[in-house]
Write a protein of this length. Structure first.
Length: 161
């Protein structure tokens, strides 16, 4: 394949090409569509390179050192430094992406718990989900509401029609 020289295009043409790519990506509506698009767009090495950059950004934002990242992901310090520069750039794209990923990871773990039905219905489930919740006061409130409902039903049944 012939080499592509980005700088042979005017800045306007570069921006138009990139905007078209970004619009194409955002127009995809499902995970499968995005996955298939990137499999068609990138070779496995390019995809792995981009995924590794994202992982480096996550690790940097988690406070890991260059040495730890370099050792775990088998990348050079120069690569980590380059990603560190981009993470701290004004655009903030990496920070937004990592933040969104961590939110999705949290949701996924909650869904995983729900899917496994590790927490059945009832007070035990509430205790695990809301550990700071004062269950005794809630139980008292529930008992009061139940008593009130019973009294209302009794009053209605005693009324002469």
């Amino acid at each position: 394949m012939a080499r592509f020289n980005l700088y042979r295009l005017s800045l306007q043409e570069q921006n138009e090409l990139l905007d078209r790519l970004f619009v194409a990506i955002t127009s995809l509506s499902s995970f499968e569509e995005v996955k298939n698009f990137f499999k068609d767009l990138l070779n496995p090495q390019e995809a792995a390179m981009l995924a590794r950059r994202l992982k480096i950004a996550e690790m940097l934002l988690d406070g890991e050192t260059y040495d730890e990242i370099s050792r775990k992901l088998k990348v050079s310090h120069a690569t980590v430094a380059k990603i560190h520069h981009w993470v701290n750039s004004e655009r903030g794209g990496y920070k937004v992406a990592v933040k969104n990923l961590s939110r999705l990871d949290e949701r996924k773990s909650i869904k995983g718990i729900k899917a496994k039905k590790a927490l059945g219905p009832g007070w035990e489930r509430v205790k695990k989900i809301y550990p700071a919740f004062d269950l005794e006061s809630v139980k008292d409130t529930v008992d009061i509401v139940k008593d009130y409902v019973r009294q209302r039903k009794r009053k209605k049944s005693l009324k002469v029609k």
